[in-house]
Design a protein around this ligand. Structure first.
Ligand SMILES: Cc1cc2nc3c(=O)[nH]c(=O)nc-3n(C[C@H](O)[C@H](O)[C@H](O)COP(=O)(O)OP(=O)(O)OC[C@H]3O[C@@H](n4cnc5c(N)ncnc54)[C@H](O)[C@@H]3O)c2cc1C
Length: 592
């Protein structure tokens, strides 16, 4: 069976050597010294590998079962959920006022990667609750906050997000669920939502659904959508649970992966709901949840790549097949281990260099969120808004590819369920689809985010890279291996942005035909920047006489691999983008 070991050392390196968190002036960061983060990450790592990881294959093979309207989660899930809850892990980075621990989001993100890597399906129950609670925190009335947040922070009540309907997923303006106003200020919701993650289960006393619906008579399309709080059990004035609300789970979906998470058809038959935020401004309120969820989904891509890589690496060192072409390396055995073969090395290096770069990118993104929320830094907010579709789309696409590479290291055994490798690939696949399919992330990036605030944020991104290159141009140790490749890749990114500016207005298809390539090009540049920053930090540690020389030297070699072998992908993406709309759109639909 596969195992999971939390990548605590690597996280500590990123937090302290690269991001220098405890030296930042973001509120709450001064407490993040090495000892503190080591203690938190150490404990989270223990739960991940000892409690959540062993339940991962159980969740996969047992799945969830719907019986008499109640969903039974896999054996052991409830006890583990209680343990996570009692350990205070569910509201690590949420405000103290409602029972959270008020730690920075960057630390919550590192812990989230561990939990997701150990058991993605399980972690989704608390992840969705976190998102729903955040939306109530930002958009709820004082009474709504007091009613729901303490129980949601502790995950005694869990949360969901209900957008998708049978006929609409991306195009939510087509939504049919309706919410009719009642004299007492509440609404009655009627309609059907599908694919609702954690929609019904047996691990919490109440489930708080956030539901998008249209109030009759409102504006057409997406502008007429409002957001409602619809609890499974109505909450009485004294906070105790009252009547069962008119919301039920009609079915749970059979699906490719994340079997331990219940994906539910939710039927709203005159269910009582309360408006969250303003009428017809539902998408705005839901976006609080969706932006957070998109970052969280990007993290799932990274987390599945990490756990798959860990197991592939162990297998590559253990499995004996063939002899090294340069001479026997295991003379006492019948063959050499897989890891001697250059093609297996290529695969492992692809995985390792992506994972470590993506982890730095995720934690940098989380740091920007802290700067924007805690430090009210508008530039950080603009940057993370620009990069959110890149984090979601690029990391989940690449993360999935890495699980396939890891599976391939096992040969046929990777395809056989007994070894557990197929679960990582199956679980990782959904991250490319939900929270806005990756094609839609690319559309958001090119169609909206690039031009947002007259292109201010993308210009700031380019400026940031330019400044980094300039500040370090005299550093000979960095120049050839890190700065030059980063400069070339960022030129490709600028050229593609220029292409969109010059051609996008004349022919929108020219921009959209290249949007997916742009998202990946952008992702590579972000990882290139991260590797350059990590290389700089590694050189500094080596020069300072670190006692952990092997770690920093390995880091530098891994970074050089990324810069040489993966970053040049930007040139291919640029060539595709500059080919414009024609090769993509030339055929009539009938010609396919
Ligand atoms: C396991 C699972 C869990 C889920 N959990 C939730 C949940 O908790 N809550 C919830 O509300 N939903 C959930 N979803 C739904 C999920 O978010 C949607 O499936 C997803 O957003 C895509 O919507 P769709 O399936 O209707 O595809 P469609 O919208 O029909 O899109 C089909 C394809 O066309 C592409 N496409 C669509 N429009 C455009 C366009 N304008 N330009 C270019 N390409 C386009 C999309 O990228 C996609 O590849 C879940 C789905 C699954 C499978």
């Amino acid at each position: 069976m596969p195992s999971y070991t939390a990548p605590t050392r690597d996280m500590q390196f990123i937090l302290h050597d690269v991001l220098n968190v405890s030296e930042q002036d973001t509120p709450g960061y001064a407490e993040l010294d090495r000892e503190f983060t080591s203690a938190v990450l150490g404990e989270a790592g223990k739960i991940s590998s000892e409690v959540l990881s062993p339940l991962n294959p159980v969740g996969d093979s047992e799945g969830c079962v719907l019986e008499n309207g109640v969903v039974r989660t896999p054996k052991g899930f409830k006890a583990a959920f209680d343990q996570v809850r009692e350990g205070g892990w569910t509201a690590l980075d949420l405000p103290e006022e409602y029972g959270g621990q008020n730690m920075p989001y960057v630390l919550g993100t590192a812990v989230g990667e561990m939990f997701s890597g150990a058991n993605q399906a399980f972690t989704m129950y608390q992840g969705l609750t976190h998102g729903a609670a955040s939306a109530i925190l930002v958009h709820g009335s004082d009474q709504q906050k007091e009613t729901y947040l303490p129980k949601m922070f502790s995950c005694e009540w869990t949360g969901t997000m209900n957008l998708t309907e049978p006929h609409c997923g991306t195009d939510l303006g087509l939504m049919r669920t309706k919410a009719e106003p009642q004299d007492d200020g509440s609404y009655l919701l009627t309609g059907q939502k599908i694919f609702i993650s954690s929609g019904e289960h047996d691990m919490a006393d109440n489930i708080v659904h956030l539901v998008l619906a249209k109030i009759p008579g409102g504006p057409e399309g997406i502008k007429g959508v409002s957001l409602f709080i619809v609890p499974k059990f109505i909450v009485k004035d004294d906070g105790s649970l009252g009547d069962r609300n008119g919301v039920t789970c009609g079915k749970i979906e059979e699906k490719m992966g994340i079997h331990g998470n219940s994906t539910c058809v939710m039927n709203y038959d005159g269910a009582t709901g309360w408006l969250l935020g303003e009428e017809h401004k539902g998408m705005r309120a839901m976006f609080t949840m969706m932006n957070e969820a998109r970052i969280g989904v990007g993290m799932q891509g990274l987390a599945q790549a990490e756990v798959a890589y860990q197991n592939a690496l162990a297998y590559a060192k253990d499995r004996l097949q063939g002899r090294a072409v340069t001479g026997t390396e295991n003379p006492d055995g019948p063959a050499d281990p897989l890891i001697v073969h250059p093609d297996i090395r290529r695969s492992l290096m692809d995985q390792k260099s992506f994972i470590e770069g993506a982890r730095a990118f995720m934690l940098w993104g989380a740091e920007l969120i802290d700067r924007s929320h805690r430090g009210e830094d508008a530039a950080a907010e603009g940057l993370i808004s620009l990069m959110t579709p890149v984090i979601k789309g690029f990391i989940t696409d690449e993360g999935y590819d890495m699980t396939v590479l890891a599976q391939q290291v096992y040969g046929g055994h990777g395809y056989i369920e007994e070894w557990g490798m197929s679960q990582f690939t199956r679980d990782a696949r959904i991250a490319m689809i939900y929270e806005g399919a990756n094609g839609v992330q690319a559309l958001d990036l090119v169609g909206r985010k690039l031009a947002q605030d007259s292109g201010k944020h993308v210009m700031a991104f380019f400026e940031m890279i330019k400044t980094f290159l300039k500040e370090n141009e005299g550093d000979e140790a960095l120049k050839k291996d890190f700065l030059d490749p980063l400069k070339a890749a960022s030129k490709d990114l600028q050229a593609s942005a220029m292409f969109f500016m010059q051609n996008g207005m004349k022919n929108p298809n020219a921009a959209l035909a290249g949007s997916y390539d742009f998202m990946h090009l952008f992702g590579h540049v972000c990882l290139g920047l991260m590797w350059a920053r990590m290389a700089k930090a590694s050189h500094a540690a080596l020069e300072a006489g670190t006692t952990d020389e092997a770690f920093y030297k390995t880091k530098l070699a891994t970074g050089r691999f990324y810069m040489k072998r993966r970053l040049p992908a930007t040139a291919l993406h640029l060539a595709r983008i500059e080919s414009g709309a024609e090769p993509v759109m030339e055929l009539d639909a009938e010609a396919f």
